[in-house]
Design a protein around this ligand. Structure first.
Ligand code: FMN
Length: 366
C-alpha cells in the first residue's frame, strides 16, 4: 500500500489533505468531525482579537453554474469576512479539539491589524491552546483590506516581511504565510515571508471577482440592499490560476514547504498541486459543495495514483513536474530540434507552420 502520510515542519500529516480556512473549520464541532472522517489536518476559520469589528452581510455567497447543469457549481464567490466568533471562545475550542485529538494536525489561521503588539498577542495566546501551527492570513481580498488587513498586507512585500517577522519572533510553533493571488508577481510576497522567518507558504487565497449581474434587477451580485463589492473567487474555475501560482512560488522558494489550494475537488486535482511542489493540499470550497465525506475518495484516489506510478509515498512525487517549465524561446528551439531529429536533416525554422495552422483551424471551423 502506498504511504499517504507526509512530515512537514516536524508535523506528521496522516495524509496530505487539509481543510482550508473558511466555513469547513468554523467551530470545534465541525473541526472534530473532520478529524473523525480522516482529514489529514485542518486550518480553522481565520480569527482575530476583536470579533466585534467583524460584521457579515446576507447574502455573502454567489455561484457560477454550468449552463447545461445548474446544479454543478463551477465558480464560487464570497464576501464573507473572518470569524465573527469571540477570540476567547475560539481559544477554548482550539484547546478542546487538541485535547480530544492530540494526533491530528490543527492549524490556527490568524489575522490582525498592522501593529506589532497585536500580532505578538494573537500569536502568543493562540499557540497556548496547543495548536500545531499558525497560518497568517495576509490574503483575504475583500472587506478586510478596507481596514488595511488581509490582502492589503499580502500585496506589499515589505509589509509581509515585517508582519511575518513579528509573528515568527513570538511563535514557538511553525508559521505558514498565506498568499494572495491578486498580485502581478506571486514570488515577491512569498520570498518576503520567507525572509520574515515563515516555515511554509500557503497559496492561493481567493481571486477578486464579480460573479455576475442579475439581469432582472440589473444589480451586481451578491446583492446586499441593492449594492455589492467585488469578492473572492474560488472553486473549480480557479484551479489553473492556482497551479500557476504554486509553480512560480515553488520555483522561487526551493526547499520551503508549500501548501497548495484553489479548486481542488478530486485526488487527480490534488496530485497536480503535489507534482508542482505542494506537499500538503488544502480544500475549502470543494468540501463546502461536496461534504466532508469526500476525504475517503480523495485518499483512495491518491493511493491509486501513487500505485499506478509506483511511488512509495506522497513525498516521492512532490515537485516532479516542476522542472518542465521553460521559456517560450526554449520551447521553439526544442521543437525545431525535435523536428530536425525526426526529419534527419536540417530544416527551415518555419517548417511546422502547417501544424500551427491546423491547430487554429480545429478551433475556428467546428
Ligand atoms: C466562504 C469562504 C470563506 C473563506 N474564509 C477564509 C478565511 O477566513 N481565511 C482564509 O485564509 N481563507 C478563507 N477562504 C479562502 C480559502 O481558504 C481558499 O484559500 C480559497 O477559497 C481557494 O481554495 P478553494 O477553491 O479550495 O476554496 C475562504 C473561502 C471561502 C469560499
Amino acid at each position: 500500500m502506498a504511504d499517504l502520510s507526509i512530515e512537514i515542519n516536524g508535523l506528521r500529516f496522516p495524509n496530505p489533505f487539509v481543510l482550508g480556512s473558511g466555513p469547513p473549520g468554523t467551530n470545534a464541532r465541525v473541526i472534530k468531525r473532520s478529524f473523525e472522517l480522516g482529514w489529514g489536518g485542518i486550518v480553522c476559520k481565520t480569527l482575530s482579537l476583536d470579533h466585534e469589528k467583524v460584521k457579515n452581510t446576507v447574502p455573502r455567497y454567489g455561484k457560477l453554474t454550468d449552463p447545461d447543469n445548474k446544479k454543478k457549481v463551477i465558480g464560487f464567490q464570497n464576501i464573507e469576512l473572518i470569524s465573527d466568533r469571540p477570540f476567547d471562545l475560539w481559544l477554548e475550542e482550539l484547546a478542546e479539539c487538541k485535547d480530544a485529538y492530540p494526533d491530528n494536525v490543527l492549524i490556527a489561521s490568524i489575522m490582525e491589524e498592522c501593529e506589532k503588539d497585536l500580532w505578538v498577542e494573537i500569536v502568543e495566546r493562540t499557540q497556548e491552546t496547543g495548536v500545531d501551527a499558525l497560518e497568517l492570513n495576509l490574503s483575504c481580498p475583500h472587506g478586510l483590506p478596507e481596514r488595511a488587513m488581509g490582502a492589503a498586507m499580502g500585496q506589499d512585500p515589505e509589509m509581509v516581511e515585517m508582519v511575518t517577522g513579528w509573528a515568527t519572533s513570538a511563535s514557538k510553533i511553525p508559521v505558514w504565510a498565506k498568499m494572495t493571488p491578486n498580485v502581478t508577481d506571486p514570488t515577491l510576497s512569498a520570498e518576503a515571508a520567507i525572509r520574515g522567518g515563515a516555515d511554509g507558504i500557503s497559496a492561493i487565497n481567493t481571486i477578486l471577482c464579480t460573479i455576475g449581474i442579475n439581469l432582472k434587477t440589473l444589480r451586481p451580485m451578491p446583492t446586499v440592499e441593492g449594492y455589492t463589492v467585488p469578492g473572492g473567487y474560488s472553486g473549480k474555475a480557479v484551479m489553473p490560476i492556482a497551479l500557476r501560482h504554486i509553480m512560480e512560488i515553488c520555483r522561487a522558494c526551493p526547499g520551503v514547504h508549500v501548501s497548495g489550494m484553489g479548486g481542488v475537488e478530486t485526488a487527480e486535482d490534488a496530485a497536480q498541486f503535489i507534482l508542482l511542489g505542494s506537499s500538503t493540499v488544502q480544500i475549502c470550497t470543494g468540501a463546502m459543495l461536496n461534504g466532508y465525506e469526500m476525504i475517503s475518495d480523495l485518499c483512495q484516489g491518491l493511493e491509486t495514483f501513487l500505485e499506478q506510478h509506483e511511488f512509495a509515498g506522497v513525498a516521492d512525487m512532490v515537485g516532479l513536474s516542476l522542472p518542465y517549465f521553460s521559456t517560450h524561446a526554449d520551447l521553439v528551439e526544442r521543437q525545431l530540434q525535435a523536428k530536425r531529429e525526426k526529419a534527419g536533416e536540417t530544416q527551415r525554422d518555419d517548417m511546422w507552420r502547417g501544424d500551427i495552422a491546423k491547430e487554429t483551424d480545429s478551433l475556428v471551423t467546428d
